[in-house]
Design a protein around this ligand. Structure first.
Ligand code: ADP
Length: 452
């Protein structure tokens, strides 16, 4: 039951309650009407029997019978007997026991040839004559047959009633739960699109669901404001760090250019220089991403010779790869042009190739390439390095996520792929990764030739 959705549970509950109510109502109705029906039959029998006393007279030394005795009013058969069971006048149902003993003044049930009857015998004195017996007989089976027909009809209608109540239950619960569906939809959209500016906005209402939606909206206000403050803070801090860092780097360079530094001081200055460069790189990535978050990242679309840009990246990184004893092979289709931001695309290639060098194996290979496929340009980087295990794969796009920080180059921060993904999306493209630990990793991107 716990696995079922709230809507299904409500529909089931509603249907079960309706079935119970229908059963109880029908049960009550039938037991009352069956009782009413039978007592009605008995009443009519008693009435007819008592009436019949007036239909028998003794005149001129002869018994006279009114022909009304032969009429089947309310299905009641009347017959007049002498006390020794001699039938004088009247009608009996076909096949009814002829010599059934008399029981005076008591309605009883008698079965004859598979048919049930109510039978009432009553003695009555006839003036100037003897005491006679009137017997009234009425078939219960006839009345019950009608009743059973109604019962059968109700049983046939019962599933239809259950179905109807299930359908009603479904529409009612759907209507009642539609605000909940809206809350779920909004939360999913926020999760999927990472868009904290969305709100549920159920409107005015005073029930618990409306209150929940309002509380949720105000919680989102608070979260959005917090995230906004954090972005602003990151952006401000990164911005403020840039100037002192470039001053440090400038002084390091100046000191290293001077020839009179002793060995120890020189190596200390080199460490400061290296760390400052890493920090500058980190600050510039942070600044880029926080600007991107605030919608302030500059994307300048222009016609880009992607083949040339890729070839330049290949040339730059084949030297770097060679330093690590790796070979880089590039397969670039000439004449690939697209609408894009040249600086961002260079950044994209640098990050992917830098990772291939960092996480490739010494003496290994890097393959890269670009080619046109329809209205898109597909490009890729493949290495035969350490690879990424399946559990880490979905997280590599997250900021600051590093599978093994000790493997990265000095200054690697886990921001590179987040930036790569942002650049690809800014160009309306897609990026995917395939990897197997110990075998290598392939990043594949597709960018449209022109922006739609
Ligand atoms: P980093 O600055 O640590 O390289 P990235 O965002 O570029 O950050 O990459 C995130 C993580 O993804 C890396 O720390 C690394 O563990 C993994 N990764 C990225 N590229 C590769 C690759 N070519 N081979 C193996 N692991 C990779």
């Amino acid at each position: 039951m716990k696995r079922l959705s709230l809507k299904t549970r409500l529909v089931l509950l509603y249907t079960v309650v309706m079935v119970l109510v229908i059963c109880i109502v029908l049960g009550l109705l039938f037991s009352i009407s069956s009782y009413e029906l039978l007592s009605n039959v008995q009443n009519q029998l008693e009435e007819r029997v008592s009436q019949s006393f007036d239909y028998v007279t003794y005149e001129d030394g002869r018994l006279k019978f009114d022909s009304d005795l032969l009429e089947l009013q309310h299905g009641v058969y009347l017959s007049i007997y002498e006390q020794d069971h001699n039938l004088l006048y009247g009608k009996l149902p076909y096949g009814f026991i002829y010599d059934l003993p008399f029981v005076d003044g008591q309605v009883r049930t008698v079965s004859s040839e598979g048919v049930d009857y109510y039978v009432l015998d009553m003695e009555f004195p006839v003036e100037d004559y003897d005491t006679l017996v009137v017997r009234g007989i009425v078939s219960i089976s006839e009345a019950e047959r009608n009743f059973r027909y109604t019962l059968r009809m109700s049983l046939v209608l019962f599933p239809a009633l259950v179905l109807l109540s299930a359908v009603c239950g479904y529409f009612l619960s759907r209507r009642a739960l539609s605000p909940v569906s809206r809350i779920i939809r909004t939360v999913r959209e926020i999760q999927k699109e990472q868009d904290l500016s969305r709100r549920i906005q159920l409107g005015e209402g005073r029930d618990e669901i409306y209150t929940l939606a309002k509380t949720f909206d105000s919680l989102l206000d608070t979260i959005e404001a917090g995230v906004q403050r954090e972005k602003q803070f990151t952006s401000d801090v990164s911005h403020e760090l840039r100037t002192p860092l470039s001053v440090i780097l400038m002084h390091c360079e100046a000191l290293l250019e001077e020839g009179h530094l002793d060995e120890e001081t020189r190596s200390q200055v080199q460490v400061i220089d290296q760390k400052s460069r890493s920090l500058t790189n980190l600050v510039s990535q942070l600044l880029f991403l926080s600007r991107a978050d605030q919608g302030r990242a500059k994307v300048q679309m222009e016609q880009v010779d992607f083949s040339e840009l890729t070839a330049m990246a290949a040339e730059e990184f084949s030297e770097l790869a060679a330093e690590q004893n790796m070979t880089l092979q590039a397969q670039i289709q000439p004449g690939l042009f697209l609408q894009g931001d040249q600086t961002l695309l260079i950044r994209l290639w640098s990050n992917l190739l830098q990772n291939a060098v960092n996480y490739g194996q010494a003496g290994g290979h890097i393959w890269m390439g670009a080619q046109r496929e329809g209205e898109r340009i597909r490009f890729w980087v493949r290495d035969d390095g350490i690879g990424i295990s399946t559990e880490h794969l979905p997280h590599i796009w997250e900021r600051f996520y590093q599978v093994d920080p000790s493997r990265g180059r000095p200054g690697s921060s886990g921001l590179g792929l987040a930036m790569v993904q942002w650049i690809v999306h800014a160009h309306h493209g897609t990026i995917s990764v395939e990897s197997a630990p110990g075998k290598g990793t392939t990043f594949t991107c597709e960018l449209p030739v022109s922006q739609v």
